[in-house]
Every structure is written in structure tokens, then in C-alpha cells.
Design a protein around this ligand. Structure first.
Ligand code: CA
Length: 218
């Protein structure tokens, strides 16, 4: 899951990036509304965390512009404004959720997981398919009661496939969910991750759809 964080408070943004990366999200950061809109026009993020008090424009205007372009990308508003009117306005314009600063990081990540589930096919933080169980709250994968030792990116790939069980993910799609700006991606990175994960999982758990991508059957 790749997030665009729009926040002009740099210490807060850095802290959030660290916390969210620790929770296995990929996070790109922009500091103002214009950069947010330019980014969303071209990049491939799964959701947006949007501050309302931005230096160049109001976050609500960013939200309006995104929705006007018919983008349905999930947006969580982060703001110091806590009046009911502000919340209602944000939600009415098309925000998916609303968190008032100061907020608890666990609450933010819980809400991100809710959106993640809505985007995927799973309906709980624990997904069990055949003998493989992924607990997205504890960040653990368990196979036959043994906890697997997966590298961060391997975990992210498996999580994406299991959260979208029954759907096919192309190599490009997987890549865009995993890597932040500036991260080096080798041309066969996804193949390498998949091959490493397969060594640790039951045979044929991840299926290759030739010429299309990968899938886990639900
Ligand atoms: Ca701000």
C-alpha cells in the first residue's frame, strides 16, 4: 500500500513517514497543495493523508479538485480543526475519514487498514488462505503454525496478493504499491521477491498467470 502524505509540518511529516514505513506502508511526501495535485495527476498512490492547513491552498480545495477530476482515491484528512462543521464539510466534499490533531498513530494506522480492506477483498486484519495466515495488525505470516521470516518487501508483496485474493496483480501494479520515490528498483525486483517468498510458502500458493501477473486464489 502506497500513501501520499500532504503535510507542511516537516517534523510531523517525518515522524509519520517513519511510523508508517515501520507499519509496512510505502509513503511519499509533499509539502503543499499544488505538489499534491501534480503528483496525484500522474503517480499511482493507493490513498492520501491530507493536512487542511497548507501554505499555498486550503486542503479542502485540494480535496475538491481531486474529486472534480473523478478520482476516487481514498483520502483521510488530518487537521487541527475540530469543529463539527469542519468535519461535516470535509466528509461532504468527499473525504473518507477525518482525524483531529494531535492524533494517536495507532488510530491512524487502524483507519488506514480499514481503507486497505475496503480496497481489497479481505474483510478482517487476519486473512487465512489454505495453510497460510497473514495477520496485518501484528505484521506476521504464519504457515502451519510457524511464523515465517519475511523481508519487508516480501511481506508487502504477499500482503498485497492475499488482501486481493482472487484478483491478478501485474508486475507493474505490485511495483507501484511497494516502492517510494527515489527507491532503487531493479527490473526483475518483483520476480526476485516472488521467488524468495515461494521458497517459504506451500508449493503453488502464489500462481503465475503467464504474461499477466500473479495471484493468490481465494
Ligand atoms: Ca499544516
Amino acid at each position: 500500500m502506497r500513501i501520499l502524505l500532504v503535510e507542511d509540518d516537516l517534523p510531523l511529516a517525518q515522524g509519520l513517514q517513519i511510523s508508517l514505513r515501520h507499519q509496512d506502508f510505502a509513503v511519499d511526501h509533499v509539502k503543499n497543495g499544488k505538489d499534491a495535485l501534480n503528483t496525484l495527476a500522474f503517480a499511482d498512490h493507493d490513498m492520501v493523508i491530507l493536512d487542511l492547513g497548507l501554505p499555498d491552498m486550503d486542503g479542502l480545495s485540494v480535496l475538491k479538485a481531486v474529486r472534480k477530476n473523478k478520482s476516487a482515491i481514498p483520502i483521510i484528512i488530518l487537521t487541527a480543526r475540530d469543529s463539527i462543521e469542519d468535519k461535516v464539510q470535509g466528509l461532504d466534499i468527499g473525504a473518507d475519514d477525518y482525524l483531529v490533531k494531535p492524533f494517536n498513530i495507532d488510530e491512524l494506522t487502524a483507519r488506514l487498514r480499514v481503507i486497505e480492506r475496503r480496497l481489497g477483498t479481505a474483510n478482517s486484519s487476519i486473512i487465512a488462505i489454505d495453510d497460510v495466515v497473514i495477520d496485518t495488525l501484528a505484521h506476521k505470516v504464519i504457515v502451519n503454525k510457524q511464523v515465517l521470516n519475511l523481508a519487508k518487501k516480501e511481506y508487502m508483496v504477499l500482503k498485497l496478493l492475499m488482501e486481493n485474493a482472487g484478483r491478478i496483480q501485474s508486475r507493474e501494479q505490485i511495483e507501484s504499491h511497494l516502492y517510494e520515490w527515489g527507491e532503487e528498483v531493479s527490473s526483475n525486483a518483483i520476480e526476485v521477491h516472488i521467488s524468495n517468498i515461494r521458497k517459504k510458502l506451500p508449493e503453488k500458493f502464489i500462481k503465475t498467470i503467464r504474461g499477466v501477473g500473479y495471484t493468490v486464489e481465494s
